[in-house]
Design a protein around this ligand. Structure first.
Ligand SMILES: Cc1ncc(COP(=O)(O)O)c(C=O)c1O
Length: 343
């Protein structure tokens, strides 16, 4: 009954097998390994983006912070949802690596920015000349931190506003595969075709051991990114182990299969919660992350019965939770949790 995070799951057997294969013999270091050549080819093919440049790092924080640092000058504003991981869970890394760019929280229900809230935020920044930060860039997250998803059309509406002011757009795709499966969109539709310039493509949460890709759809800043990655201490010498994970992840649709499993368990939870007395969802949950609220005492009861998840704030008189299913969550795990939640 482990629902604290998809980071709590192990690595998928296909990923471990790929690491074992990559462990044989010798390979050039620092990204010059032949597996990385295949990773680039896979990403360019899957994203229908033959010009794209691809770099691997070990954490989502590095992928996001280095992407943001590349896309914005220090005196500019980064527009993102107030609950975004970059704003709440990266210990100031985007500000640090960008040498002080200012994160501007944008409002929006269910973890999603809307054209209206973005327009309002854009209109408040860059209006006092030299005295205030300038408008810098937009960053979105899909799957969002509230477990909801943006469709490609929703992303395109937001990037159009940013792009009309000349601002580049970044997508935090720590759960990108889950968002694709939830919407049925193609990788290209969800990114560059919807106005995204740079993607943090997650692997770790969805069955890898520790690897994320940064995808630059416009390669103009590729060299700058390489320098930033090295300077940040994220250029791995034994890079083949990062490459091997990403290659296996993207081969034969493994990434989507793993996300499908996680999302199916999310859907099973949503369905089962209807049978838990007085439980309700605080946000729609189309992927693998749910935010339910239920009567007080439910969390203590479930915990005493062995369930592991984070308690969350909830409306007056209730208590809340965050439940995350992963590629390795089973139907039995879900059913056990649902039983543990009931009086
Ligand atoms: C939305 C989002 N972005 C990025 C990350 C990646 O963070 P980390 O640096 O822990 O790999 C996470 C992990 O919790 C996340 O939920």
């Amino acid at each position: 009954m482990f629902f604290a995070s998809d980071n709590g799951s192990g690595a998928a057997p296909e990923i471990i097998a790929a690491l074992t294969r990559a462990n044989d013999g010798y390979a050039r270091s620092y990204g010059a390994d032949p597996i990385m050549t295949r990773v680039k080819w896979l990403i360019r093919t899957l994203f229908e983006a033959p010009e794209a440049e691809v770099y691997l790092v070990a954490t989502g924080t590095a992928a996001n912070a280095l992407s943001i640092a590349m896309l914005t000058p220090p005196w500019a504003a980064v527009f993102g949802h107030g609950e975004a991981h970059v704003a709440t869970d990266e210990c100031g890394a985007p500000e640090f690596f960008s040498a002080g760019a200012k994160l501007i929280p944008v409002a929006g229900d269910h973890g999603k920015i809307t054209p209206a809230t973005l327009t309002a935020a854009l209109s408040r920044v860059g209006v006092s000349g030299v005295h205030g930060v300038q408008r810098g860039m937009l960053t979105l997250t899909n799957v969002t931190e509230a477990g909801t998803v943006y469709t490609p059309a929703e992303i395109a509406a937001l990037t159009a506003l940013a792009r009309s002011l000349g601002l580049p757009c970044h997508l935090d795709g720590a759960r990108f595969a889950n968002a694709l499966v939830a919407t049925g969109a193609t990788p290209a539709e969800m990114t560059w075709k919807a106005g995204i310039d740079v993607l943090s493509l997650g692997g770790t949460k969805n069955g890898c051991l520790g690897v994320e890709a940064v995808v630059l759809f416009d390669p103009a800043k590729a060299w700058e990114f390489e320098l930033r990655r090295k300077r940040a201490g994220h250029l791995f010498s034994k890079h083949r182990y990062l490459s091997a994970q990403m290659e296996a992840y993207l081969t034969d649709g493994l990434w989507l299969d793993l996300a499908r499993r996680a999302n199916a368990m999310g859907a099973r939870l949503v369905q089962g919660l209807a049978q838990v007395p007085d439980a309700r969802l605080l946000h729609p949950a189309p992927a693998n992350m749910l935010f339910p609220a239920w009567p007080k005492g439910t969390n203590a009861r479930a915990e005493a019965r062995g369930a592991i998840y984070y308690a969350m704030p909830a409306p007056e008189g209730m208590e809340g939770a965050r439940l995350v299913a992963s590629w390795s969550t089973t139907g039995e795990d879900v059913d056990a949790l649902l039983a543990a939640l009931k009086p």
